[in-house]
Design a protein around this ligand. Sequence first.
Ligand code: CA
Length: 222
Amino acid sequence: MTVLLVEDHRALAQWLTGELQHAGWTVVRAGTAAEAQQLVRRRTYDVLLVDIGLPDADGVDLCQELRTITPAPILMITARHDIPERVRALDHGADDYLPKPFAIEELVARMRAILRRTRGEPGPVLECGPARIFVEERRVEVEGQTLTLTRREFDLLVVLARHPGRVFARDALLESAWGYDFYGESNVVDVTIRRLRSRLEPFPALDVQAVRGVGYRLMVVA
Ligand code: CA
């Protein structure tokens, strides 16, 4: 699988390249919109990962142009959190977007999801006790009921549910669900866990436990 990464921020591009290679992707890099257009004309890519803020063009305009050159799915990376910007990206041919900062796990999952959608394949299901977690659709069912979770609650649940019984330190949870450059209070983990716990309250078989001085774990109670 080959991804074209269009990102002018050198350090971020380097970090992403390493992480994506680690996840099994071949990465080709472009630092400008002009370079991206040249590269896309030369060969086909499985996914195009395009930063919205480029030095020589607006990422959304680039996306619209790329659409006329290639059928490859486009995932936009955006630093802007405003909804009109996201809508504009989707309206101009982006298949999905991911606001910065993001966790690499989420980026890789979205890239896989995009590929699967374009090929019409179903996504994997993570089973944990009575919970069925449709990771790529970002949907959870417990005992047949769909749970409504926020993005962070969902991310934390996925991390915990992948290894029921394992204790995760706060820092590890913070990094998994909030990403590489989160600067804020580390009590966001505690606050989000509390909310997740209250959402799981109707299902006693799923017990999010605090382990004093260490972190949290998800226990599946038989
Ligand atoms: Ca940029």
